[in-house]
Write a protein that binds this ligand. Sequence first.
Ligand SMILES: NC(=O)C1=CN([C@@H]2O[C@H](COP(=O)(O)OP(=O)(O)OC[C@H]3O[C@@H](n4cnc5c(N)ncnc54)[C@H](O)[C@@H]3O)[C@@H](O)[C@H]2O)[C@@H](O)CC1
Ligand SMILES: [K+]
Length: 536
Amino acid sequence: MLYGSEILTAAQMRAIESEAMDSGEVTGLTLMERAGAAIAGQIRLRWPKPGQATVLCGPGNNGGDGYAIARLLAQAGWSLRVLGLDNTPGANAAEMKRRWLETGPIAPLTESELHDSPASDVFIDAIFGTGLTRPPEGRIAAVLHKLGRMTGGSSRASLVTVDCPSGLCMDSGRWLGSGNGGKGAGPVPLEAALTVAFDSPKPGHLLDQGPAACGKLVIADIGLRRWREDGRPPSLSAIWPEFPIPDRRICSIRERARAVLDKGISAKGPAGHKYSYGHALIVAGASGHGGAARLTARAALRSGAGLVTICPPHPALSEHAGYPDALMRRGLDHAAGLQAILTDPRISALCIGPGCGVDRAVTFLPAVLEQPRPCVLDADALTALARSPDWPRALSGHHVLTPHGGEFARLFPDLAAKLGETSARGPAFSRVDATREAARRCGAVILLKGPDTVIAAPDGRACIHSAFDVPWLATAGSGDVLAGLITGFLARGLAPMEAAAFGAFVHARAARRFGPGLIADDLPEQLPGVFRDLGL
Ligand SMILES: NC(=O)C1=CN([C@@H]2O[C@H](COP(=O)(O)OP(=O)(O)OC[C@H]3O[C@@H](n4cnc5c(N)ncnc54)[C@H](O)[C@@H]3O)[C@@H](O)[C@H]2O)[C@@H](O)CC1
Ligand SMILES: [K+]
C-alpha cells in the first residue's frame, strides 16, 4: 500500500496510550510531561525571545498538558497567565496543576478573565483534546468565542493549540455543533498558528475545517511508537503529507514511488517495450466537447503509459487531430465497436466520463463495466451511473470512481446528507466515514475529490491526501487530468487503490510545482518535472 504516515482516530490514540501505561513501562504523568515539553519546545523554537503567554486549561488531560506547558515556559523566562477550572481533574492533570500552583496562580476560565488578560504574544488552547464528546456550551463556549476573536484574522496574538483546536472533532475535522462548513451554531472557529499533536495525525487535522483551524501542524513523538506499530499496514493513512513526521513510518517518497511503479511494470512483463507500460483507452465525446477527454489522454500519456488511444465518435475525430501527436485516435460509435476494440488484450485500462456526454456514457457504460480491465469512471459517467437502477451491483474492485462532492451526492445521497448534518455528539460523521461506506456499498475504489481528497477501498483501507496549500488546483479541467493520471497508472499495472492514491499525490505535486496562475493544460506538462523531483 502506498502511504505516508499512519492516521489514528481519537479512540485508537486513547487505546495506545492505555496500552503503554498498562505495560508499566511508562506512566501517564511521563507522557503528559513529554507532551507539555514538546509544545513548550515548539513555542520556544518559534518565539526564541521569552514573551507573555496566556494558557487556557480545560477540565481533563488536555488541561493537564496546559499546566505543564505553563510551568516549562515560566522556567524558560516567559511571563504566564493561566486560566483554569476549579474541578478536580484526573490524577495526572491534578499533579500538573499542583506543580503549576507552586509557580503561579490560576485565574478562573471565564470570558471576562480572558478579556482582562495582559496583551499576550501567544495564547495556548489546552481546553479540550481527544476527550471532546459534545459541542462546547455555556461558559466554555463563550471563552472559545472570545479566544477566536482575540487571535483570528489580523490579530497580533498567535494561537497555539494543544493536540487540536478546542471544539474541533478530531475524527472528522468538523466543529461539533455546527453543520458542514463550520459556520453554524458552534463557537467562532479558531484559527491557530500552530497545532502540536501527539504521536500521529488524527483525521480531523487533515479533513474539512481541520487544516484551516489547526494552522501549521507538528506531530510530536512522545514515545508511543512501540505500542502503535504492530506490523499491520495502517487502515487509514496520510499520503505523503507536507508536515514532518517524527519517525520512519514515512518511507522516502522516492523509494516508495519507485517500488510502486516497478511493481506495476514487472506485472506486465519485461520492461523496455511500450506495451510493458500499458495501453490506456479513453472514451471521448461528441464534437465540441473534446477538450476534457484530451486533457485526460494527455495526462495518461505523461503518466508513463506506453500507449494512449482516444475514442470519440467518428465525426469528432478531426477535433483531436492536433497536439499531442503521440496520442492515437480511433472512432467509436456504438457499444459493439468498443467490444471489437477490446479484443486487443494489450489494452490494460479504460477511462470513461470526461467530456463524454451523459447520453453517450449511458450507451457505453454496460460494455465498459462488463469487461474485466481496470477502469476509471469520472464526470459524465458518474452522472450516467447514478441514473441506472441498482448500479452498485455493476461495479467491482477494479473500478475507480472519482466523484467531486456533487457527483458523490448524486450517487450516495444519504451519505452526503449525513455529512451536512449538524453533529451534536462526537465523533462527527466524516468524509473518511462517507467514502469508506460508499466503497463498501459498491465494491469499488472511491476517490472523493476535494482539498482533502479521501480514497477508500471496499476492504476498508483508506487514505487522505490533504492539499489545502494548492487552492489553484481547483480549476476547470483539473479533475479530467486526475482521471487521466489514475488511468495511466492503472494501465501501467498499479492496483486501483495505489493508482488513485499516487494519482492524487502527483496531481497536487504538479500544481504545487507550477504555482498560482495554473490552468489544467499546465498540469500534464509539469509531470516530467514532478517525476524527476521524485527521482523516478
Ligand atoms: N492519555 C494520555 O496519556 C495522554 C493524554 N494527553 C492529553 O490528554 C488529552 C485527552 O484528555 P482527556 O481524555 O482527559 O480529554 P480532554 O482533556 O480532551 O477533555 C476533558 C473532559 O472534558 C469532558 N468534555 C468533553 N466535551 C465537553 C464539553 N463540550 N463540555 C464540557 N466538558 C466536555 C470530557 O468528559 C473529557 O473527559 C489529549 O488530547 C492530550 O492533550 C497527553 O497528555 C499525552 C498523554
Ligand atoms: K486543545
